[in-house]
Design a protein. Structure first.
Length: 164
């Protein structure tokens, strides 16, 4: 279960997406403009207005096709983070997942088939803040939090060509 405020609509097919949606989804997974006005640069490259780019991204998010637009930092490059897990009674899983996702420091959560069935990533400015968030989640859920700090990192390119 990904961090979402509501259930996404069925995934669109390439034929149901506009040309601008396809370009935004495909072409800006990497090389997002790093400048003071990135959406203006994107708009110029796509020959549309900034407002159209922002409205299209908002529509994609509302339809559950994207969760966010933002950077992904290598671990330990900016702030602190950890992977954490909870052993949640199955009947409470949805409610606990929603509670966990209500913390701004939680990037996403997902269900796993394991005793510890709800996993999530916490990112904060420093290790003390990460620890505080984990403690708050434990108190709010009444469940012990399993903290799984990074020991060795692996690079996984999460950019995918969606269609040609």
């Amino acid at each position: 279960m990904q961090r979402t405020r509501r259930q996404p609509e069925p995934v669109s097919t390439p034929r149901s997406l506009s040309a601008l949606e396809k370009v935004l989804l495909n072409d800006f997974q990497r090389d997002f403009p790093l400048c003071s006005e990135p959406f203006r640069v994107i708009a110029e490259q796509c020959a549309v207005s900034v407002e159209e780019v922002l409205a299209t991204l908002q529509s994609l998010q509302e339809r559950g096709l994207i969760s966010r637009v933002g950077p992904v930092f290598a671990p330990r490059r900016a702030g602190a983070s950890t992977l954490a897990a909870l052993a949640v009674p199955p009947a409470e899983l949805e409610a606990v997942a929603e509670l966990v996702s209500s913390f701004n420091e939680v990037n996403h959560n997902y269900q796993r088939e394991h005793e510890f069935n709800l996993w999530f990533v916490v990112t904060a400015p420093d290790p003390a803040c990460v620890a505080s968030v984990l403690e708050q989640i434990g108190q709010a859920t009444g469940l012990p939090v399993l903290d799984l700090p990074l020991e060795r990192s692996f690079y996984i390119d999460l950019g995918f060509p969606l269609w040609c």
